[in-house]
Design a binder for this molecule. Structure first.
Ligand SMILES: Nc1nc2c(c(=O)[nH]1)N[C@@H](CN(C=O)c1ccc(C(=O)N[C@@H](CCC(=O)O)C(=O)O)cc1)CN2
Length: 367
């Protein structure tokens, strides 16, 4: 839908304005292949429903204009994921020391990285660093892009049998020639610290069942809500995005917490109207600034999972990271919001450490 000149003029008032198509086209060559893929990381790469294009005007409706009423609301709580993640890591560290001192067990995490994606390599490096600081022993396997599925399966099988390893993680996305389902299925569920094994996801979806592990990013979202005393029970929650690693498990978790949950996705007819009914919004689509101020009910709590690089000539990297939610509009309407960066991202790694500790405790029957 073409925007009217008035709409475009008003949109220019803030940083969430969509770039012109020409500007978007200019942006493309600026990004190397890794960076282009990076913008779709976390939520988008696993969600084929959302196009992997740079944003254009058609992404936004003409009602995406911030109104005076919204602008007058000014008190918002910023949910500090970096701080909460640090608190969680300190708690984990204390528990690991207690376990080591009493039964001599050190938790072990094996990470398998296939291919040469820069973003994945950074995440794996950060996971390794976080393990070191927390007192978890990490085992890393880096395989070239052209490795075979059998090679990956062999490493998984060896880690499944290794008593020093309590958690196994295959960094996603995998190269396209690999069968992700087959590989994730090969991780034994007792060591599935990513919580992606179909049995763990199945248990998460069923009433009265307990998964051995909950996927790290959605678990981090709920942990943030708990630590900021956001009531979930009985609230209306909207999850935007239905990826296997974030949107779908986040919706299941919210439902387990007794929220009434709607999922908004690429085929949803009226996403703005549905989202506006939510007391809690979890946005995980991988589309920069898709959720505008007009989508948000005053006082809603927003958890923004998106990590999207957008062109920024003033930044030494040539880009900056933004979420799926237009932050500067949202802070005028919401009661609390996670920033990007520094919101959900750091929680993903903290929850991975938490799952690894949980696994080591369970395997060793340590309370
Ligand atoms: N096997 C898995 N693969 C992937 C997962 C996962 O949970 N398991 N999640 C994502 C990537 N990811 C961890 O793997 C991850 C993404 C982002 C962050 C983070 O801390 N982001 C920072 C910003 C980082 C930056 O400046 O570049 C933030 O939001 O503040 C941590 C982990 C896909 N793959």
């Amino acid at each position: 839908m073409a925007s009217s000149p008035i709409t475009m003029m008003k949109m220019k008032l803030n940083n969430c304005s969509p770039p012109s198509t020409a500007a978007a086209a200019r942006f493309l060559p600026l990004l190397g292949p890794h960076q282009i893929r990076f913008r779709s990381s976390l939520a988008l790469f696993h969600n084929p429903s959302f196009p992997r294009t740079i944003i254009t005007r058609s992404t936004f409706s003409s009602s995406s204009i911030i109104t005076a009423a919204m602008a007058s609301e000014a008190s918002v709580k910023v949910i500090d994921g970096k701080k909460v993640a640090k608190d969680v890591r300190d708690e984990i560290n204390a528990e690991i020391t207690r376990m080591k001192d009493s039964i001599g067990v050190v938790p072990g995490l094996a990470v398998i990285l296939v291919g040469d994606r820069k973003d994945s390599a950074t995440y794996v490096r950060n996971k390794k660093k976080a393990c070191e600081t927390a007192g978890i022993k990490s085992y890393e396997v880096c395989l070239p892009e052209n490795s075979t599925e059998e090679e990956v399966l062999k490493y998984i099988s060896d880690f499944n049998d290794d008593p020093m390893v309590h958690g196994i993680l295959v960094q996603l996305p995998l190269p396209s020639h690999m069968d992700e389902e087959k590989i994730l299925h090969a991780v034994c569920i007792e060591k599935d610290v990513d919580g992606f094994h179909p049995l763990n996801i199945g248990q998460l979806a069923m009433r009265g069942r307990e998964p051995l592990f909950v996927p790290c990013t959605p678990k981090g979202c709920i942990e943030l809500l708990h630590r900021y005393n956001v009531e979930i029970k009985g609230k209306k929650a909207v999850v935007i995005g239905r990826s296997n690693i974030v949107g779908m498990p986040a919706a299941l978790l919210l439902q387990r917490e007794d929220a009434t949950v709607s999922i908004v996705h690429s085929r949803t007819k009226n996403p703005e109207e549905i989202t506006r009914q939510a007391d809690i919004i979890i946005a995980a689509v991988g589309k920069p600034n898709m959720v505008r101020g007009s989508w948000i009910k005053p006082g809603a709590v927003i958890i923004d999972v998106g990590i999207n690089p957008v062109e920024d000539a003033t930044n030494p990297r040539g880009y900056r990271l933004v979420g799926d939610v237009c932050y500067e509009e949202a802070i005028k309407v919401a009661s609390a919001i996670t920033p990007v960066p520094g919101g959900v991202g750091p929680m993903t790694i903290a929850m991975l450490l938490s799952n690894t500790l949980l696994s080591a405790k369970r395997i060793n029957n340590f309370k």
